[in-house]
Design a protein around this ligand. Structure first.
Ligand code: AP5
Length: 209
């Protein structure tokens, strides 16, 4: 099963990816996580990506498409994967089609959330620095003793720019995948558990849902 998780920043793509990964035993490929790992290790890619990420801008398409193409060639992708945060522009979506050749994406899960909810979620999001587990200071606080980080790009001003970039460059993908009849819209303001079960239904029942 090849799945794309599409949605604004803070929609819950990472949270739901973890759940799908456990259910289907397929890898989560998060371009954001791969970039952050490179920033942490100060690689050439990380140095370049950081300039964009800190401002809430997108890293250039060419860099991202190459990165994903290389990742999809690894053996753990043979049975499928979850693309979390990719594609994010029409050029990336077309790059993915080219890379897939005769294969298709099976489902695009579009998790939709309003701007005010996003700002609350991201400014209060905290991430376990060891395991990457995702928390929220109000809705799902980290257990005592867990050391968490607040992402640099989760400051309110940067979040607002990420939202603007999302509307301009990523939202057109909703129509792109709707036209292909593989897009499923999910209300991302429901609880994590409710969204889990909606996703489960969509993935198990298929197109007729
Ligand atoms: P990336 O890391 O992909 O960030 P994003 O898409 O902005 O998404 P987030 O990780 O912020 O949010 P999420 O939807 O995963 O939400 P989460 O589950 O954590 O990208 C970062 C940057 O990298 C980009 O700005 C860009 O610079 C670069 N980049 C990455 N990919 C790129 C690409 N393809 N092309 C170019 N550049 C790229 O949840 C958020 C919070 O809400 C958490 O606190 C969580 O606990 C809480 N929460 C989740 N679900 C619920 C719920 N249902 N109810 C209540 N709270 C919830």
């Amino acid at each position: 099963m090849r799945i794309i998780l599409l949605g604004p920043p803070g929609a819950g793509k990472g949270t739901q990816s973890k759940f799908i990964q456990e259910m289907y035993h397929i890898p989560q490929i998060s371009t954001g996580d791969i970039l952050r790992e490179n920033v942490k290790k100060n690689t050439d890619l990380g140095k370049k990506a950081r300039e964009y990420m800190d401002k809430g801008e997108l890293v250039p398409d060419k860099v991202i498409i190459e990165l994903v193409k290389t990742r999809l060639q690894q053996d753990d992708c043979l049975k499928g994967y979850i693309l979390d945060g990719f594609p994010r522009t029409l050029a990336q979506a077309e790059g993915l089609e080219k890379a897939l050749g005769n294969e298709n994406v099976d489902r695009v899960l579009f998790v939709n959330v309003s701007d005010s909810v996003i700002i609350d979620r991201l400014t209060l999001r905290r991430i376990d620095r060891e395991t990457g587990a995702i928390y929220h200071l109000k809705n799902n606080p980290p257990p005592e003793g867990v050391r968490v980080i607040h992402r640099d790009d989760d400051k309110e001003e940067t979040v607002k720019n990420r939202l603007r970039v999302y509307r301009e460059q990523t939202e057109p993908l909703v129509k792109f995948y709707k036209d292909k009849n593989i897009l499923y819209e999910i209300n991302g303001e429901k609880s994590v558990q409710e969204i889990n079960s909606l996703i489960k239904d969509i993935l198990n029942r298929g197109k007729e849902t």
